[in-house]
Design a protein. Structure first.
Length: 399
């Protein structure tokens, strides 16, 4: 078994609290979470989907013909799956089997043996224009397709035939973006982390948001349709949710939106993921977040937040101190979203003594809680030009 999640931040900072001894016997993690395979560098952790199948957690991310499974959400096994859909995927359990597809692709697949990576094509969808396709199987066994990935088009839903995977009617529009009433959906230039336009144009003062990533989950008889806004390149990338009594709608905007929203700390952004029940029945929301690696400095990592539904049926998450240590699902208490260890960050803003410094990569940038900055030793400048991984040579904190 291999550890899937690796967190570099905890290697560079010191955490302490009066409750540290109590927490030593429990298992903790901290966002952001890097997705790794063996000894490879961190890979893109985009558009994550988590489901429980045959008593194991399965984690699927985009653009990779492979995935992970775990009995406890701590120890993970990676599975190569050449016949798996890849792309931006949707995977559901239907009639005791895993069924998968990907956005803007007609092909539908079934897992013959998901732990061995064996999949086969079993059908074709009616369309190859299901942007960010999300399949959902209701308690009565009926199959639905939710889709939406646009600045101008709405989220839509259509019921599918379980045998042929063809549409059983016309797609139904559900909702559009609404910047006049939903402030977190506004795209502001000052919130841009990196531009996706590569100099072709600037961001306007208030552009229409990009809404994407539909994900449906049913809880206590209510249908919660999650969506992401406004784009991975924004610090305010986040999740909202609409609620209905029927999988086809009508859907009502949740009074607690945004569901996940984080614009401060070392880890920022919280969009395009999924919400799932753990083995204890607690809810979690796993998100795609921006990362300062990848081609052009654009990458993505994962973050996971405790989520719950209150007595009025309102879904909410806790992202405060979201990059501080918290307990794994099997050790989180049942109910509510208070899951954080009472440890405090001691290193932020402190002075540091280093062996050397390369150009403007000052030591203070290792301790500023900004994921876009770092300290680099002068003895390793070649790593910047070749984009190879580097390790700090020597850094000593001072009080």
């Amino acid at each position: 078994m291999r550890h899937l999640f690796r967190n570099a931040l905890l290697c560079a900072v010191l955490m302490a609290s009066a409750s540290a001894l109590k927490a030593q016997s429990r298992h903790t993690f901290a966002n952001p979470l890097d997705v790794v395979v063996g000894n490879e560098r961190a890979v893109r952790g985009g558009e994550p989907v988590v489901i429980i199948f045959e008593d194991d957690y399965f984690l699927f991310v985009s653009h990779r013909r492979g995935y992970w499974y775990s009995p406890d959400f701590r120890n993970w096994t990676y599975v190569d799956a050449p016949g798996y859909p890849a792309g931006v995927v949707s995977v559901v359990e239907m009639d005791g089997q895993l069924i998968g597809c990907s956005m803007n692709n007609r092909n539908v697949y079934r897992a013959i043996d998901p732990r061995k990576g064996e999949w086969e094509k079993i059908g074709e969808l009616s369309s190859d224009r299901y942007g960010d396709a999300n399949m959902f199987v209701d308690d009565d066994g009926r199959l639905y397709m939710y889709f939406g990935w646009s600045q101008i088009m709405p989220f839509q839903v259509v019921e599918l035939d379980k045998e042929t995977f063809k549409e059983k009617g016309e797609p139904v529009p559900l909702f559009w973006s609404d910047i006049k009433n939903h402030g977190f959906e506004v795209r502001k230039p000052e919130d841009v982390i990196y531009s996706i336009f590569n100099g072709r144009r600037d961001y306007g003062p208030e552009e229409l948001p990009w809404i994407e990533g539909p994900y449906m989950i049913k809880h206590n008889g209510k249908y919660y349709l999650q969506y992401a806004a406004i784009g991975l390149e924004f610090i305010s990338y986040s999740h909202g949710v609409y609620v209905a009594d029927n999988p086809m709608g009508p859907f009502t905007y949740s009074e607690h939106n945004p569901l996940t929203f984080k614009t401060s700390g070392f880890q920022v952004g919280a969009g395009h993921g999924s919400t799932f029940h753990d083995k204890k029945g607690n809810l979690w929301t796993i998100c795609m977040i921006p990362a300062q690696y990848g081609e052009g400095g654009r990458g993505s990592e994962l973050a996971i937040y405790p989520t719950a539904v209150d007595k009025q049926g309102v879904m909410y998450s806790n992202t405060a101190y979201g990059d501080y240590p918290q307990f794994y699902p099997d050790e989180r208490k049942v109910g509510g979203v208070d899951n954080y260890v009472d440890w405090k960050l001691l290193s932020v803003g402190k002075k540091a003594i280093v062996s050397s410094t390369f150009e403007n990569y000052a030591p203070g940038q290792a301790l500023d809680e900004d994921f876009k900055t770092c300290w680099v030793a002068a003895t390793l400048p070649w790593t910047l030009a070749t984009r190879q991984p580097f390790e700090p040579y020597s850094l000593t904190g001072t009080t």
